[in-house]
Ligand binder design. Structure first.
Ligand code: PMP
Length: 367
């Protein structure tokens, strides 16, 4: 039963109850058409309404300026690791890009970009991903085609609370795990992308918001399906788009709008993450968050139990006990171990309150 489960999954992640209920209602017959969204042509007028409605809601929620295009693509965030350099490395003659590497996902993106041009990682490799080096120490190249960063590192729990200053060099941001969790000034960016499966829907669709003037200079080797120009020209229908995932995303956008949009989410996410971090910090001999305070993610909270590097016996017991109480997906990513709670938009303050009570109780009985 859904009521007995509290889902802190890192993605795919919890969806709002209202969205699932609406999808359930529409499942067999959308809008009295006698067919489901999954069974309808992407070129039908009914689907056009779905995709246009999603875009209008998104434009309103993020106040996207008119000189930005919205695309719904496949291939996930990982597909964008390739699409970004293939489309943008040519923006300047040097074919170089600056990468700010703060965790596993930006490291992967930088590695992928190296296949296509010269990548400058703007500071020496960090030995652990627990901080964002001070911008005054970054070695940004003014001739770079673009500057890339990951706004929220889902595995390491490192989040930018600011948009980097790049003196006019276009900024590309991976917002896969924090899009629509607070307002953002789109005009500061060249391109933003986000897989849907954390804050804005289910897996299968990747949202891309791209500034018009940067489109059309892809390398000739760029696969046609990854060339933003082709997708913009065909309104994301250069090939069959992920129709069901787009429909779910539209429902999530409507849900977000009903709740007060990005500003309301910012407040909610601040409350949830503060509550969890303050619990961890209030029991410092027992719980440990490895991330420097200014870089702590509001979305993904990694923590250890027993010692700063983790007591695996205690952590295993924590997960077993948690499971019995209905908490799911609290295990840290396999590459870092420990625990992680992911607090995306659909996770409620009540969900976090329950986790906090459980953590206090677990401390009491295991200290
Ligand atoms: N970027 C970030 C920040 C992510 O969290 C993830 C996936 N968890 C990816 C990129 C890769 O996304 P996908 O699995 O959709 O390719």
């Amino acid at each position: 039963n859904r009521d007995q489960v509290i889902n802190f999954a890192p993605g795919p992640a919890k969806l709002p109850q209202e969205v699932l209920e609406q999808a359930q209602k529409d499942m067999l017959s959308y809008n009295n058409l006698g067919i489901s969204v999954m069974e309808m042509s992407h070129r039908s007028s009914d689907f056009s309404k779905i995709i246009n409605n999603a875009e209008n809601l998104l434009r309103e929620l993020l106040q996207i300026p008119d000189n930005y295009k919205v695309l719904y693509l496949q291939g996930g965030g990982t597909g964008q690791f390739s699409a970004v350099p293939l489309n943008f490395l040519n923006l300047k003659e040097g074919h170089t890009a600056d990468y700010i590497v703060t965790g596993a996902w930006s490291a992967k993106a930088a590695k992928e970009a190296e296949k296509y041009g010269k990548v400058n990682v703007v500071y020496p490799k960090l030995d652990k991903y627990t901080t964002i080096p001070d911008p005054s120490t970054w070695n940004l190249n003014p001739e770079a085609s673009y500057v890339y960063y990951c706004a929220n590192e889902t595995i390491h729990g490192v989040e930018f609370q600011f948009v980097p200053e790049t003196n006019g060099v276009p900024i590309v941001a991976d917002m896969s795990s924090n899009i629509l969790t607070r307002p953002v000034d789109i005009s500061k960016f060249g391109l933003i992308y986000a897989g849907a499966q954390k804050n804005i829907g289910c897996a299968g669709v990747t949202l891309v918001i791209v500034r018009e003037d940067l489109i059309g200079r892809a390398m000739k080797e760029c696969p046609s399906v990854l060339d933003y120009k082709n997708q913009v020209g065909m309104n994301s229908m250069f090939n069959t788009p992920p129709t069901w995932s787009i429909y779910i995303m539209g429902l999530v956008f409507q849900w977000l709008k009903n709740l007060g949009g990005a500003a309301a989410m910012e407040e909610l996410n601040r409350k949830k993450s503060e509550s969890l971090y303050s619990t961890i910090d209030s029991l410092p001999e027992f719980y440990f968050c490895p991330v420097d305070k200014p870089a702590r993610s509001r979305m993904n909270v990694p923590f250890r139990i027993g010692s700063p590097s983790g007591d695996e016996t205690l952590e295993k017991r924590f997960l077993e006990e948690a499971q019995k109480r209905g908490f799911v997906s609290l295990k840290g990513h396999r590459s870092v171990g420990g625990l992680r709670a992911s607090l995306y938009n659909a996770v409620t303050t009540q969900d976090v309150d329950k986790l906090v009570s459980f953590m206090k109780e677990f401390h009491q009985t295991n200290q």
